[in-house]
Write a protein that binds this ligand. Sequence first.
Ligand code: UD1
Length: 312
Amino acid sequence: MPKYLVTGAAGFIGRSIAAALLARGDSVRGVDSFITGKHANLEGLQAMEFLEGDLADPAVCARACAGVDIVFHQAALASVPRSVADPVTTNRMCVDATLNVLVAAKDAGVRRVVYAGSSSVYGDTPTLPKREQMLPHPITPYAVAKLAGEHYLAAFNCVYGLQTVTLRYFNVFGPYQDPTSHYSGVLAIFCRKMLAGQQPTIYGDGEQSRDFTYIDNVVHANLLAASAPADKVAGRMMNLATGSAVTLNQTFQILCGLTGYQGAPAYAEARSGDIKHSLADIGLARELLGYTPSVDFAEGLRRTVEWYRLAG
Ligand code: UD1
């Protein structure tokens, strides 16, 4: 029986966690609906038991959780603008799916669920860095859906004793992130376009900033969250980031150097629901997990550009 379940295993973050588990010899089951996951992301993960299905279906969740000890719940419909365009689908794929996973995990006797939270729950409040004790202020359907998931995890810890851990991801980037959708993360889009000599578009004035977090740091923190003592982490929520922020304009300049792109970006109207500045305090993850980011933004971006260059 697989010890670990990764939901969203054909997605960018899920496949990266699954690869790390397999590399250390663990048995893994993955589940994905391929609504946004990609078959190509499963390359190299042949040792993983794979189940195709939609977590909005409780029967899929029950099959996925059977016999599993720990769940990494990464499946979601990531993207703020997609949630603005279609809040009902975001709710189904983020809230309904998370509740179904939790119920199935509880019924199957899963010990711990580690959940992909989101920095978007802090909203556009001016205080920086964001700390976990701040009141959440979600301003988009995506943020509401991610926050609802967090609350469900904490409640399942309280009333059913399921060990739950939420990691609030801050703008994760790196190899395998899909660059092809209008709803893709900005760095994936920019890498692909600029390597192809195409002009990227910056929404707003480019002075918005993000605590961009390289994927290896996120994988590392998930593994720590799975093994940390329950008395430290069960029922808890914490930021997962690098603790430093860069603006989009600065990022564009760095990418010009890495990709060889020459020219200016296009500027367009700011996106609805966009947040101006996002920066994390990572002290709590440090304290509870012993987490420190091992790959900084510059090195992560360099590795990411190289990966997209090779991937074509
Ligand atoms: C938000 C969350 C993040 C979450 C992600 C899921 C915040 C602060 N962050 O990311 O934790 O993982 O949703 O989707 O809420 N942009 C451009 N040009 C483009 C694409 C994007 O200028 O072609 C801009 C956006 O307007 C935004 C920034 O780049 O200002 C980042 O956008 P994106 O990568 O989509 O992520 P967030 O919405 O910040």
